[in-house]
Design a protein around this ligand. Sequence first.
Ligand code: PGA
Length: 251
Amino acid sequence: MRKNIVAGNWKMNTTLDEGVELANEINEKVKGIKRNCEVIICVPFTHLTSVNAVIESENVALGAENCSEHDKGAYTGEVSAAMVKSTGATHVILGHSERRQYFGENNEQLLAKTRQALANGLTPIFCVGEVLEDRENGSYNDVVEGQVEALFDLTAEDFGKLVIAYEPVWAIGTGKTATADQAQDMHAHIRKVIEGKYGKDVADNTSILYGGSCKPENAKEIFSKPDVDGGLIGGAALKADSFMGIIEAFN
Ligand code: PGA
């Protein structure tokens, strides 16, 4: 069965000391509560090893925010999936809209990155989502469908290892959240697209997270929708209290 997940995406925030302190605080707070979801923090590459040393995997899992589409070699400044894995990380965010938008990552590269992650035993948290223009001109279902279909070269077994995050680009960091119904409609659509390719079992077992200005105040309503299995949290993941408020939305 699919899992409930709350994952933090720290983006390019916190120095190493600040990051370690935040991770430690989250680990201690998560330990102290009864919770109904898996908790993951996705942190900058520079923080992975040190953060791994202060979290306990039964409380908080660790992820990176990206990895290379290449195995290894002469790619100055890149970080491979094997390197990420070697820090103790178990997850990696791929295809975040900021990577697509500012770094030109395309479907072909994202498929290659996904293959790298899977080959190295990392769980990809694969992001999809439409921009405001797509929402306004009504093409949003097709746009997101295309982003999911870019992974359809994967086997059913491999696709079944993914976590999908639906993040409408117009809702990221803007304070403008999709309504719970908009999230539910898109999540149901994504699940149907997956079912069409891989069958009902894979579709039913895929965790689909919502991301985009998710906060303690709106998480409960969004997470209550049948096809929403949790959240990928940016801004509100940078303070232990607000991140915990979202985790507790599942209680
Ligand atoms: P936000 O970011 O919660 O700050 O909107 C979400 C994300 O980009 O993953």
